[in-house]
Design a protein around this ligand. Structure first.
Ligand SMILES: C[S@@+](CC[C@H](N)C(=O)[O-])C[C@H]1O[C@@H](n2cnc3c(N)ncnc32)[C@H](O)[C@@H]1O
Length: 283
C-alpha cells in the first residue's frame, strides 16, 4: 500500500493587532490636549439646540461619547465598537448616551442617512488602505444624513520627523512585513483624498498637529503611548526581526531613549467634511 502524504497549506491571516491593549482614555487625553476641543466641525450650536443624532465609530471605552453627551444633554450620542470595551447600560448615568456592538467592516447597524454627525478617532494601524477606501469611509458616509457632517482624527504613517536609527529600522522593517501581508495603511495622509474621491462630500477641511515624543509632560505621554503601541506589535514583529524576548525589550528601550534624544515628532490630522445634500448643495 502506498504511502500518501497529505500536504496541508497552512494559511495564516495576519491582521493589525486590535488595539484593545491600548487605553483609549490615553488617546482621548492626548487628542483633546492637542486640539483643546471635542470636534472641529461647526456643529456646536446645532448640538446645543438639541435632537441631533451623533455617532462615534470605534468608540473604545466611549469616553468621547460620554463627555459630549454630558455637554450637550439635548442631543443623542451613540458609540459603536467591534469589542465590548464600552460601559454597559447599567453603568451609564446619561439618558442620551447609548453603546452598541457593531463592526464597521461588516456593515453598521443603522439605516442610510441616520446621523447628523459621524465621528471616528484614534484608529491608527487598525484598517488597511483598502478597508478605509472600500468599507470604512463608505459606511461613515452612508449612515450620515445629507447635509450632515463627518469628522476623522487620524495619524500619518509614512514618516516621522527626526527619527533615531533604531526606530527608523523598526518602521522600515514593519513596513516591509506589512506590505508583504497586504497590510498597507497610509490612509492618514490620504484621508481627504479618499473622501473627495467618494464624490459624496463637500467642504473638506483638514487641520494638522505636530505630535512631539520628547520634552514636556505631553511629549512624554505621547512617547509612552507610542511605546505601548510598538509593544502591541511584538507578536507580529519580534520573530520576523530576529529578536528573542530580551532582545525585543532592549530594542524598545533603545527606541524610547531615541525618541527624546532625536526629538522625534509625527503628524496627526483632523479632517471634517459635509455630506452633499442634493437639494441644497450644487453637485
Ligand atoms: C485605540 S481605540 C480608540 C477608541 C476611541 N476612538 C477613542 O478615541 O478613545 C480603537 C478601537 O477601535 C475598535 N475597532 C477595531 N476594529 C474595529 C471595527 N472593525 N469596527 C469597529 N470598531 C473597531 C477597537 O475595538 C478599539 O476599541
Amino acid at each position: 500500500m502506498g504511502i500518501f502524504t497529505i500536504f496541508k497549506k497552512i494559511v495564516k491571516t495576519i491582521r493589525f493587532p486590535n488595539s484593545r491593549s491600548l487605553s483609549s482614555d490615553t488617546s482621548h487625553d492626548l487628542v483633546t490636549t492637542l486640539w483643546e476641543c471635542d470636534f472641529l466641525t461647526p456643529i456646536k450650536e446645532f448640538l446645543e439646540r438639541g435632537n441631533a443624532r451623533v455617532l462615534d465609530v470605534a468608540t473604545g471605552r466611549g469616553t468621547w461619547v460620554l463627555e459630549c453627551a454630558e455637554k450637550y444633554p439635548w442631543s443623542n450620542f451613540t458609540g459603536v465598537d467591534a469589542s465590548l470595551n464600552f460601559p454597559s447600560v447599567a453603568n451609564i448615568n446619561l439618558m442620551n448616551a447609548t453603546f452598541l456592538q457593531s463592526d464597521v467592516l461588516d456593515r453598521l447597524l443603522f439605516d442610510d442617512n441616520t446621523f447628523d454627525f459621524v465621528h471616528i478617532r484614534c484608529i491608527t494601524l487598525i484598517f488597511t488602505d483598502q478597508q478605509w477606501e472600500n468599507k470604512v469611509l463608505k459606511e461613515l458616509i452612508r449612515v450620515c444624513k445629507p447635509g450632515g457632517w463627518i469628522e476623522l482624527v487620524v495619524s500619518d504613517h509614512a514618516g516621522y520627523i527626526n527619527q533615531g536609527p533604531t526606530h527608523a529600522h523598526l518602521c522600515e522593517t514593519a513596513g516591509i512585513f506589512f506590505s508583504g501581508h497586504d497590510l498597507v495603511t497610509i490612509a492618514g495622509e490620504n484621508i481627504a483624498y479618499y473622501l473627495k474621491k467618494e464624490g459624496q462630500v463637500t467642504e473638506i477641511n483638514e487641520e494638522i498637529r505636530i505630535v512631539p515624543y520628547y520634552g514636556s509632560r505631553l511629549g512624554r505621554a505621547f512617547a509612552d503611548h507610542l511605546i505601548k503601541f510598538i509593544h502591541a506589535y511584538k507578536d507580529l514583529l519580534a520573530t520576523y526581526m530576529g529578536f528573542d524576548d530580551q532582545g525585543w525589550e532592549d530594542n524598545v528601550k533603545l527606541i524610547k531613549r531615541e525618541l527624546s534624544e532625536y526629538r522625534t515628532e509625527s503628524i496627526m490630522r483632523r479632517v471634517y467634511c459635509k455630506k452633499i445634500d442634493p437639494e441644497q448643495d450644487l453637485v
